[in-house]
Design a protein around this ligand. Sequence first.
Ligand SMILES: Nc1ncnc2c1ncn2[C@@H]1O[C@H](COP(=O)(O)OP(=O)(O)OP(=O)(O)O)[C@@H](O)[C@H]1O
Length: 647
Amino acid sequence: MSANGELQREGTDYTGQVNDSDVEKSVLSGDHLLNTTVSSISWRDVAVMVKHKETGEPLRIVDNVEGIVEAGEMCALMGPSGCGKTTLLNVLAHRPTNAREVNGSVLINGSPVSRATIREMSCFVEQEDALIGSLTVEETLDFAACLSVSTRTLSAKDRISRVRGLIKAFGLQKQANTLIGTPIRKGVSGGQKRRVGVASQLIASPTILFLDEPTSGLDSTASWEVMSLLGAAAKQNNLIIIASIHQPSTSTFNLFDKVMLLSGGKTHFFGPVTAVEGHYHAVGHAIPQHTNVAEFMLELVNTDFVAYRGPAQKHIDYLQWAWGASSHRRHVQAAIAEAESQAHRVTDSRNRAPSGTKPSSLSTILTLLHRSFIKSYRDVIAYTIRIAMYLGLGVMIGTVWLRLKPEQSSIQPYINGLFFGSAFMSFMAVAYVPAFLEDRLQYVKEYHNGLYGATALVVSNFIIGIPYLYIPVLIALLFSVVSYFLVNFHPGFHAFSVYLMWLFLDLLAAESLVVFFSSLFPSFVVALALVALANGLWMSTSGFLVTPGVLNVFYKYAFHYWDYQKWVFEGMMVNEFSERVYACPVIAGQCACMYRTDLMDLCMIRGQGVLDQYGFEPGNMWRNVGIVLTIVAGYRIAAWIVLSLRR
Ligand SMILES: Nc1ncnc2c1ncn2[C@@H]1O[C@H](COP(=O)(O)OP(=O)(O)OP(=O)(O)O)[C@@H](O)[C@H]1O
C-alpha cells in the first residue's frame, strides 16, 4: 500500500491471486464511508475481572491497559493465546463479556459514549464470522445493506451500486454469484469468506471497525490481502480499525500503524509499529536484523512452553515494568490526556439517514423474511433432505399400514398409525436445529452491530417457519397425500383436510419447540438432546401410550394438558373415529365386538366407542386448535424472551 493508502495489490481471482484490474480504489472511498466525526478512540485503566471457572475466586484477565488509536489508523492487538485480546476488543466495542466487573474508561473523541452510540458507529467482525452459507456473496452484502442504518435512505439502484462497488473493491467480482458455502456445498475460499465478512460490515459505513482474528486460518498471502484492504479503507476514509492478530508475516505487520502487545492481560507495548525496535533496544532486547518483529515480540512474552516458569515470569514482569517506565508509555498517556482535554461529542454528518430513522420494523422483518426465504429454498440439508425424509416416512407408514379395512381388527392399527405419524413428524423437527442455530448466530452478530432485535428475528422466523410457510405445508401435504389414502384413513375430502391441518399444527408446534430450545442452548448437541428428550416426554404424556384416564396425576397436570401432541392426537382421533363405523368379527356364529356401542346389534362398532375409551369428545376442534396455537405462541414468546436476554 502506498503512503496515501491507495491499493497496490487489489483484487483477487478465484485462486486467491491478485489482479490489479479487479479493483478500483475509488470504490473504497466516498461520502458514505468517510469518517468526519470520530477523531480517536482511547482507553485507560481498563481492567476486567471474572469469576474463576474452577476456584470461583476473582481473576483479573485484563489489567489496567491503555491506548489510543486515531482516525485513519489500523492497530494490531497481539499477544499469546489467552492474553486477553478478545476480551479487550469486546470491552472497547461495548459488547458483552463474561466479566463480573469492568473498570476504566473507553472514550471516543476524548469523551465517554453510550453503548448504543458505539454500536451504531462501529462494527465487530468475529473470529468465527457468522455468514449464511446458502446466500451468494452479492446477496450477503445486499442483505447487510438492507438491514443497515446507513443505506436506509438509498434507492435500490444506489444500494446495489454500493454493494457492487464493495464487491469490486474487495476483489470478489468473480465470486459475486457464488454461494458462501455450506457443509455440503462448496462455496468461496476461506480468504474470500473473510473478505465478504469484512465487506458486509463496511457496507454499514462504520467509523470504527473491530476485528477478532481476521486472518486466522488464512495463509500469509490471503492475510496480507485482507489486512491491506482494511488498511487502505482506513487510510482513504479516515476509519479506525482495531484487529487482534496472531503471528502476522512481516509484510502484514507493516500494514499496521500501531500495535498493542499484551501478555497475561497486561500491556507490554503500545505505540507506532515503527517505534517497536527502539523500545526493545532500550529495554535490552535489540531486535536482530531480518527478524520478523511481530514474531520476536510474541516470543518475548510467551511463557506457555518454557521449562522453568519462575525465571520466565520474572522476565515477563521486567518487560512489563520496563514498558511502564518507558517514554513510549508517557507518550500514550499524554496523547490520551490531550484527547480528553479537547473532548468533543460525536456528531455524524456523513451520508446517513438522520439519527433515529432506523428502518421500520416492518421493513426489517420483510428483509429477514426475504433472506430466510432464499435460505430455505437453497439450504439442501435443512429442507430438501427433510422433504425426502418426510416423504419416505409417508411411504413407509402408507405401505406398512396398507389399506386397512374399517373392521375391529384395524382399530388399534389405525390408532397406532395416527400416533406414530404425528409423533414421528414432531420428532423429525430436530433436523431444523442446525438451520435455526445459523439464524441465531447471525442474529447475535447483527444485534450487536445494532441492526435489529429479538422481535424481528422471532417474527420473521415464525412467519417463514410456519414452518417455512410453503415447505412444511408441502411436507404435511406430501406426507398426507401419500400416507392417508394408502392407510385408508377416514375417507372424504373434509376428513383429509382436517388431518392435514392437524399435521401442519403438529409441525408448527414442533418447530417452535426447536426454536425455543435452540435459543436457550445455542449448541447443536445440547439443543438436539433437549428437543429429543422433550419429544419423548410429549409422546409419553400425549394420551396414547398411557390413556388419559390411567396417566398418573403428576404427569397429567404437569405435562399432559400443555402437550401439543395430546391435542394433535385427540384431533386426529376425533377426525378418524367420530363418524366412522367398524365391522366386528363373527366367531362361532357370535358377534365379537370389543367396544360395546349402540350398533352392537348390527355387529358393528360406532367409532365414538373408541373415543370414549380416551375420553375424547367431538365438537371441540376449534377450541383444541386454539390451545395448540396458544402453545405455539408460548414457545415463541419464551424464545423471544430468551433471545432478548441471552445474546
Ligand atoms: N471465568 C474464567 N475463569 C478463568 N479464566 C478465564 C475466565 N474467563 C476468561 N478467562 C481467561 O481469560 C483469558 C483471556 O481470554 P481471551 O479470550 O480474551 O484471550 P485471547 O487473547 O483472545 O485468546 P485467543 O488468542 O486464544 O483467542 C484467557 O486466558 C481465558 O482462559
